[in-house]
Design a protein around this ligand. Structure first.
Ligand code: FAD
Ligand code: MG
Ligand code: MG
Ligand code: MG
Ligand code: MG
Length: 548
């Protein structure tokens, strides 16, 4: 940690706390986990902590159930109902897990050290400490991407964490209270009640829908004098909102918003923001316009946080946009560092890069050709190792491979040579796609990595087992495989849209009930489940609370 050596970091905590190690007893490997969001907590939940010396660092001592953050902005659900203390979560673990409330400010990959900074400022320098690790698990999430648009940081709200949601809730109340003050002109009232949402992804759309419900169901009753002056605008740079969803859902959402009076401006890019105005450019015409606003929520995607940026420079990933891991979630360029969740992306290997090696390994008798049996055998491994091949074969309905065994005249082949093998798989790599930055991916990666850690020593004793991939190497574990369970988009007015596996789309009121039940069941504890469900009930009966 440079800085001219002015700030002396105290001696490594883990060393001072484990001074005596019995001779002959192998000390436990030190695992340091950064972050207690979706990825970090799911890793800790499944890790057998009795096998390791586990330390967790996160600046917030709770886990937040992010899918309900938009509900917190309008008081549909209270902030406390969607958080679970980290200390409660780690208490449930089999072994001891230590937690430090601090932010990691620097990772030194070469010396296997992380430098941390506690937010408690009256510790006079002692809030800073460093930790040594044998394995580092990065689960630090991401930050909002402002695309360096001037004025965004200063004048927009983000919606990433509990604190953001609480601030938005207060600001909405402020806007209404301000707008009814006797001294304001109608123009000023209108400006104060212009709510702008930038970004037409799931978060932006859900927030706009929540806000619309809040205004219609509660605020118009409480502020009747200004009820006709409220306006919600959703700005999207692409041509459609919810463009990662099925087109039917995105159309349904656009139509519903138009009926509700939410103005959807697609094809618009925000170029600057001031405390009074937001300036944007219509992409098609190049026209630039400025509109006054009362509140802006900025939700246009994510970018890499500074500590991870710095690590990327150290490990030779400086030119990349996102930290890359291999399919086993190991950070490329740094042994013993793993990354899960929004802070990273899996750099999937192309099968065509390995195709000759795979063929050679599969051709056990070195005949230069593969028999059906040899082929099927290697395909089993390929399907595990290269997820794109499965997607490719599914898409072409080729999972039985039979048509790969026909030559150009349609005759059945007895053997397949390297050229035929290459040809059969040549388009598979086109099916590679990066995983979305969602809680679902983060949680599954946490669980996967914990299972790898739980079996690590067993695999070290027996490096070839339990299942070795015959194609390219000596890997002890199957690569991470994501299982998609579908996604929801709540659209307000007790309606939601859902996209479920198998091209199944559902929209409307019944989907909202499905949403309620899924989100209740996904809560991390019975405590938060009860809190969330009673918040929903309270809202149904008494409405939302608009006080500060
Ligand atoms: P996070 O959950 O963001 O956790 C990051 C953790 O790292 C936090 O504990 C943070 O305090 C900590 N941290 C940050 N910096 C440091 C540091 N320097 N040192 C140590 N610790 C640090 N996904 C879905 O699948 N479904 C949804 O419905 C959904 N809705 C969403 C709604 C909103 C409003 C938002 C913002 C996101 C939503 N997501 C949803 C996405 C989902 O929340 C993320 O994909 C998920 O949180 C990623 O998990 P993570 O653990 O990588 O990061
Ligand atoms: Mg996390
Ligand atoms: Mg989280
Ligand atoms: Mg990711
Ligand atoms: Mg052969």
């Amino acid at each position: 940690f440079s800085g001219g050596g002015v700030v002396a970091y105290s001696e490594s905590r883990s060393e001072t706390e484990h001074p005596v190690v019995d001779a002959g007893v192998v000390p436990k490997k030190k695992v340091v986990v950064l972050g207690t969001g979706w990825a970090g907590t799911s890793f800790l939940k499944d890790l057998d902590a009795s096998r390791y010396d586990v330390q967790v660092v996160s600046p917030r001592n709770y886990f937040a159930f992010t899918p309900l953050l938009p509900s917190v902005t309008c008081g549909t659900v209270e902030a406390r109902s969607i958080v679970e203390p980290v200390r409660t979560l780690i208490k449930k673990s089999k072994g001891e897990i230590k937690y430090w409330e601090a932010e990691c400010v620097k990772i030194d990959a070469a010396n296997r050290k992380v430098f941390c900074n506690s937010n408690i400022d009256n510790l006079v320098g002692r809030g800073k400490f460093s930790l040594d690790y044998d394995f580092l698990v990065l689960a630090v999430g991401s930050q909002v991407n402002t695309f360096n648009t001037p004025g965004v940081k200063e004048n927009c709200h983000f919606l990433k964490d509990i604190e953001d949601a609480k601030r938005i809730r207060l600001s909405i109340t402020d806007c209404f209270e301000k707008a009814v003050l006797p001294s304001l002109s109608e123009e000023e009232r209108r400006s104060n009640l212009h709510f702008v949402v930038v970004g037409g992804g799931p978060t932006g759309v859900e927030f706009a829908a929540e806000l619309h419900d809040y205004v219609q169901e509660d605020l118009t009753n409480l502020y009747p004098a200004v009820k006709d002056l409220v306006k919600i605008t959703l700005i999207q740079s692409g041509d459609h909102i919810l463009n990662t969803f099925d087109q039917r859902i995105s159309t349904f959402a656009e139509q519903k918003f138009t009926r509700d009076g939410i103005e959807v401006q697609t094809g618009c890019r925000v170029i600057s923001v001031s405390d009074k105005e937001i300036t944007m450019k219509v992409k098609s015409t190049g026209e630039v316009c400025s509109v006054p606003h009362g509140l802006i929520v900025w939700s246009t995607g994510i970018s890499t946080i500074p500590v991870i940026r710095d690590l990327m420079e150290q490990v030779g990933q400086g030119k990349r946009r996102v930290l890359a891991t291999d399919e086993w979630l190991r950070v490329k360029g740094s042994e013993d560092v793993y990354a899960i969740g929004d802070c990273c992306t899996i750099d999937q290997r192309k099968i065509m890069d390995d195709i000759s090696a795979i063929f050679a390994a599969a051709d056990k008798n070195n005949s230069g050709t593969l028999t059906i049996e040899e082929f099927q055998d290697v395909m089993d491994d390929i399907l595990l190792r290269y997820p794109q091949v499965e997607l490719f074969l599914k898409k072409k309905h080729l999972l039985d491979f039979t048509s790969l065994w026909l030559d150009s005249q349609g005759n059945e082949r007895k053997e397949i040579d390297i050229e035929g093998f290459k040809q059969a798989l040549s388009h598979a790599d086109s099916q590679m796609k990066s995983l979305p930055a969602t809680a679902q991916v983060a949680a599954q990666q946490g669980t996967y990595l914990a299972r790898c850690f739980n079996r690590m020593d067993q695999c070290e004793e027996n490096p070839e087992g339990p299942r070795r991939f015959r194609g390219t190497g000596r890997h002890k574990f199957l690569p991470f495989r994501y299982k998609h369970f579908g996604q929801f988009a709540p659209l307000g007015g007790e309606q939601a849209a859902a996209e479920l596996p198998g091209d199944w789309v559902s929209m409307g009121h019944s989907t909202q009930w499905l949403w309620y039940s899924v989100y209740a069941s996904k809560q991390v504890s019975w405590r938060t489940r009860v809190l969330v469900m009673s918040d929903w009930t309270r809202r149904f009966i008494f409405g939302r609370d608009s006080s500060r």
